[in-house]
Design a protein around this ligand. Structure first.
Ligand SMILES: NC(=O)c1ccc[n+]([C@@H]2O[C@H](COP(=O)([O-])OP(=O)(O)OC[C@H]3O[C@@H](n4cnc5c(N)ncnc54)[C@H](OP(=O)(O)O)[C@@H]3O)[C@@H](O)[C@H]2O)c1
Length: 299
């Protein structure tokens, strides 16, 4: 039995759709059954209520589970709130899941992490993501870690955030000068990678796969593509990182869904890229081009 955590999330719901299309019936750990039934094909999956942050819910959920795809994380673009803390979810939740998985006889966990995950200041968002990987690596379970660059595809959070900004702001901010590089990868391609990892346990065990699309784009070039796709023209203004940090802190304090959080600023401190042939080399297929996707399918 396969269990998916974070099944209602952006990657999770695409993964569930593909598994169901293949005739599988995955078990999905969800926090809110009613909400999940609106997002997932409830009659074709096994919905189980629980939370990684509530260890008491995990024992029954893991009965008979062999493999877990773990995608229940609090991503940096989300503002922390009651019951949704980076540390509590990403570190505590993963630790609870690993302990419960070992107790239940689960064999293998595939973690959907993020490109650039590395040790950082204690208590920081990035350090939490690093610890969530390290705990799995040290767990004694079979593991695979997938670290994608930013994602595109219908409803992709990173792209949606930038499009919302284009739609609502008179200017677009080139954070840190707009020079940081990204390697957008289609959510469907990330799902294909997860499926291939699921199908090939021996070849993918104890490996970290860092994956990106077939092209690099600077943050400024991504804005150009999105301005083109939305048929808008906006002046691009240079936004120095410290100033953006202050803006993000203010927005987080006053807005329920801020367009930028302090934690998401971490994405702008390094190039979000890996080898251009990472997917073809490790998984044998060519991922979609972001530019061609926008031209053929729009936003
Ligand atoms: N999206 C991207 O562009 C991108 C790029 C690179 C890497 N990634 C990585 O991919 C992974 C998945 O990202 P995503 O974009 O799919 O995230 P997402 O859309 O924010 O979904 C997060 C999922 O986690 C669930 N969740 C949160 N806290 C939970 C808890 N305590 N117990 C159980 N479930 C909980 C959420 O459930 P609710 O529905 O109940 O909130 C939701 O299903 C993350 O590690 C992320 O860093 C994403």
């Amino acid at each position: 039995m396969l269990l998916i955590t974070g099944a209602t999330g952006f990657i999770g719901r695409h993964l569930v759709a593909r598994l169901v299309a293949q005739g599988e019936r995955p078990r999905c750990l969800v926090r809110d059954l009613r909400q999940a039934a609106n997002i997932l094909p409830a009659d074709k999956v096994e919905l189980v209520q629980g939370a990684t942050t509530q260890p008491s819910t995990l024992e029954s959920v893991l009965q008979g589970v062999d493999t877990i795809v773990h995608a229940a994380f609090m991503t940096a673009d989300r503002k922390q709130s009651e019951g949704n803390h980076y540390e509590e979810t990403n570190v505590g939740g993963t630790s609870n899941l690993i302990l419960a998985a070992k107790a239940a006889g689960v064999r293998r966990i595939i973690e959907v992490s993020g490109l650039g995950t590395k040790p950082d200041k204690p208590g920081s968002y990035m350090q939490g993501r690093y610890l969530s990987e390290k705990m799995l690596i040290d767990s004694g379970l079979d593991w695979t870690i997938i670290r994608p660059s930013v994602l595109f595809g219908k409803g992709a959070p990173f792209i949606k955030g930038l499009v919302d900004l284009i739609q609502t702001a008179p200017v677009v901010p080139l954070i840190g000068g707009g020079k940081i590089m990204f390697q957008p990868i289609a959510v469907d391609d990330v799902v294909t990678v997860i499926l291939k990892v699921l199908q090939n346990p021996a070849q993918t065990n104890r490996k970290i796969f860092t994956i990106g699309g077939p092209e690099y784009y600077s943050f400024s070039q991504i804005f150009d593509l999105l301005l083109q796709a939305t048929h808008k023209s906006r002046p691009k203004v240079y936004a120095p990182l410290p100033l953006v940090g202050i803006g993000a802190a203010v927005m987080e304090a006053v807005l329920p869904k801020p367009p930028l959080t302090k934690a998401a600023m971490a994405l702008f401190s390094f190039d979000n890229t890996t080898d251009l042939n990472s997917v073809e080399r490790d998984f044998g297929f060519k991922p979609q081009s972001f530019k061609i996707y926008l031209q053929t399918q729009g936003l």
